[in-house]
Design a protein around this ligand. Structure first.
Ligand SMILES: *Cc1c(COP(=O)(O)O)cnc(C)c1O
Length: 367
């Protein structure tokens, strides 16, 4: 599956990630932002995003310039009404970022603070919603990329439906790999971006939202992040309100084309799974263990803990000098690091990573 030729860097980071040669080649021409081609390109991407999502006709996709956080901010500020009350389920750094957005825009909100190393327990959410019946909306991160923790979205949607509460989902690192049930009545909207499991380049985020909610979102809190305004423009003229990242669109179109041609979400997840098993088995042999228990993990990105005698900062440098990028952990977890399995990677790339981690350990042990 890997198509990642001519690449010098191996990125085990969760986006930007390694893209295919075809995706990079798609960006080697210029198109006009007001051209018929750009309009057709935008429309094709929008309709295919609905196809990737498996969303019904009650949902519309709204593209937004910027990285994923721009889409999350657009989602929260456009779709939580002034009279609504938001509950942010906080079990990681991306949830904390949503709370930060809510605070800056002075949304009426509360946080349900949970342990970062565990998935949200549906009963806990049920209790929180029972104890505060004024909550109208819940914001949750589907896959917490910070430590690699999967929240059970299906269960969350069931609990929220019971309380007649709408759910806004940050599905940045799960969209196009892990199932999201768009037929669930409580699901209001989902934010994701071009540069994670779709294997595009950074520069475009999107929100797939109920059309009715977009239509009703007529009191913007921001000009550039106003989903209603953005959608109106796409509906009325087919054009972006402000300069679109044209090359990013060309890349995303190619990335979605390949995604669908390869067999879609289940095929992509199976590939990640294969890489992730190889990764975990290889690291286990080196006595490097995953931080999160298997039931809460997904093969997108995992956190691993090293024996305290090793210096992970030194390991990042060692790997970087071999053209390999991995991420530190963002949370307080000491002597740990994260390895993503998304992007155009193959088993040989995992073996290359394992080989270099093995070399680092041997060198460190031999002083
Ligand atoms: C990547 C990601 C985002 C967006 O982060 P950016 O830095 O804006 O790309 C948001 N939420 C989650 C869960 C993510 O994985």
């Amino acid at each position: 599956m890997s198509n990642n030729t001519n690449q010098t860097e191996l990125l085990f980071t969760p986006g930007p990630l390694n893209t295919s040669t075809q995706v990079r080649q798609a960006m080697t021409r210029d198109i006009g932002s007001r051209s018929d081609e750009c309009i057709a390109l935008t429309q094709r991407i929008q309709s295919r995003l609905l196809e990737v999502a498996g969303a019904n006709e009650l949902f519309v996709p709204v593209l937004i310039q910027g990285s994923g956080t721009f889409a999350v901010e657009a989602m929260l500020t456009s779709l939580v009404p002034a009279q609504g009350k938001l509950l942010v389920v906080d079990n990681g750094i991306y949830a904390k970022r949503m709370a930060q957005i809510a605070a800056i825009h002075q949304l009426h909100f509360d946080c349900l603070s949970l342990t970062e190393t565990e998935s949200l327990c549906p009963e806990q959410l049920d209790r929180a919603l029972t104890s505060d019946p004024t909550v109208t909306h819940v914001a949750v991160v589907h896959y917490e990329t910070g430590l690699g923790v999967l929240n059970d979205l299906a269960q969350i949607l069931v609990v929220c439906a019971k309380h007649d509460v709408k759910v806004l989902v940050d599905a940045m690192s799960s969209f196009a790999a892990i199932d999201i049930d768009f037929s669930a009545p409580a699901l209001l909207c989902v934010a994701a971006s071009a540069n994670k499991c779709l294997h595009g380049v950074p520069g475009i985020g999107f929100v797939i939202a109920r059309r009715q909610a977009i239509i009703e979102a007529t009191t913007p809190r921001s000009l550039t992040l106003d989903l209603n305004g953005q959608w109106q423009s796409f509906e009325q003229t087919g054009q972006w309100r402000f300069t679109p990242p044209t090359h990013v669109l060309l890349a995303l179109d190619q990335a979605i084309e390949a995604f669908l041609a390869q067999g879609g979400q289940s095929v992509r997840l199976a590939h990640y799974q294969k890489l992730n098993v190889r990764l975990n088995e290889g690291l286990n042999k080196l006595a490097v263990k995953p931080l999160i228990v298997a039931t809460f993990r997904a093969p997108i990105i995992n956190t691993f803990v090293m024996d305290a005698s090793f210096d992970v900062e030194q390991m990042f440098l060692f790997l970087a000098s071999a053209g390999i990028q991995i991420y530190p952990t963002k949370a307080s977890q000491s002597n740990s690091f994260r390895i993503g399995c998304i992007g155009e990677l193959c088993e040989a790339d995992i073996d290359c990573l394992l080989h270099h981690i093995g070399l680092f350990i041997t060198e460190a042990e031999n002083g």
